[in-house]
Design a protein. Structure first.
Lengths: 327, 49
């Protein structure tokens, strides 16, 4: 069922963003692409800090241009670093981005500023309370439809503190096959695996070679080429319900192992979030992985990768990309 | 069972190493300037704007 949601003003537009991103941005630039009468993709990047305005603007524009249908866009600056003239934070970056987006034939229609206390049309002194966003028609409608502006599978309060470590299994051809069969079976079942099964799966994830297979096997439309799999270049739309299931399972496996053995599952969750288009959630999980096992190489490499590659291939195309479901 | 994964058309992953870590390291040799994590999403299911 497709229902039309009409955004009638800035408060509606600003309310819509957390529902798309799964959280309210902070210290970020958000570009919403648009065509006539419809919004397209939503792009969020970290606020530029020390980055040169032109380079930053060119990179952000090239990412926004992944939406090939865009003919215009909206820019929202989320920051509390408003500087001396609090009407124009990041003025040089905003100006450069406006120029670059216009050159790319998606001129900026409006720019808004959102701080932790108010929102405003960029460059104006008319500050509006954030309650206008919270109480907006769009927020009420989306919430009524079952959308949540925050999502989180990870809940540290549910993780046990006194759990025996799992023993890492010996790696043989048979154990690799057994692990892969076990993981695929768990993905195809419903419900939560019993503790014994969960601990067995968590043990397999501790072996980096087996872990790699289990991660790749999560995506049924992969083409078998490792670099393509890592970058999210698949043969078709992934089974996103299976990906959601994998993320939930990864958290279940974390519950049955102690600290120091959760990094592989956190890394899987981080990679899956990146495939879904959420670099923010991905980076958070990968940071947690590197905290769980200091120097956990896979998490550190993956974190560097997503900061450099920016957007997973699968997330670029609306036909293959994950779209947050409304319950 | 399952997919047989390849690094390139000629190479297969060798037991004893993480082939995913290896390919990421190779990829990072030609990395862009880091922009930090990026979010890129499309409108949610079940409604249009």
């Amino acid at each position: 069922m497709m229902e039309k949601l009409t955004l009638t003003g800035p408060a509606d537009l600003l309310a819509y963003i957390p529902h798309l991103l799964g959280g309210t941005p902070t210290e970020s630039f958000v570009v919403l692409t648009a065509t006539s009468g419809a919004l397209g993709a939503t792009l969020r990047v970290d606020a530029p800090m020390d980055a040169a305005p032109l380079g930053f603007a060119q990179t952000v524009t090239s990412l926004a241009a992944e939406d090939e249908n865009a003919t215009a866009c909206y820019l929202v600056v989320y920051t509390d670093e408003t500087g001396e003239d609090d009407r124009f934070p990041y003025a040089a970056h905003v100006a450069a981005l406006g120029n670059e987006l216009a050159t790319a034939r998606m001129p900026v229609r409006k720019v808004y500023l959102v701080t932790s206390t108010h929102w405003a049309a960029y460059g104006t002194t008319e500050w509006n309370p954030l309650d206008q966003v919270k109480d907006s028609n769009a927020n009420a409608t989306l919430t009524f439809m079952g959308s949540a502006s925050t999502v989180d599978v990870y809940n540290p309060a549910l993780l046990g503190k006194w759990v025996e470590p799992v023993q890492v299994p010996a790696r043989t051809e048979e154990s690799v096959e057994q692990a892969r069969r076990g993981w695929v079976a768990a993905l195809e079942e419903t419900g939560t695996p019993d503790t014994e099964t969960a601990r067995k799966l968590a043990a397999w994830f501790q072996d980096e070679y087996i872990r790699d297979f289990l991660m790749a096997d999560t995506i049924t439309t992969n083409n078998g080429v490792i670099i393509d799999i890592m970058l999210g270049k698949f043969d078709g739309r992934p089974d996103w319900k299976r990906v959601d299931r994998a993320e939930g399972l990864a958290f279940e496996l974390m519950k049955v192992v102690p600290e120091g053995q959760r990094a592989p599952m956190l890394t899987l969750m981080g990679w899956l979030q990146w495939l879904k288009g959420s670099g923010t959630h991905s980076a958070r999980y990968l940071k947690l992985a590197a905290e769980d096992v200091p120097g956990y190489r896979f998490a550190e490499l993956l974190r560097e990768l997503i900061g450099n590659v920016y957007i997973a291939e699968v997330a670029k195309n609306p036909e293959t990309a994950y779209k947050r479901p409304i319950n | 069972m399952g997919t047989e994964y390849i690094l390139t058309e000629d190479d297969k992953p060798t037991p004893g190493a993480s082939f995913l870590e290896d390919v990421i390291e190779l990829q990072l040799l030609t990395a862009n300037e880091s922009l930090g994590p990026v979010d890129f999403t499309h409108p949610q299911e079940h409604h249009d704007i």
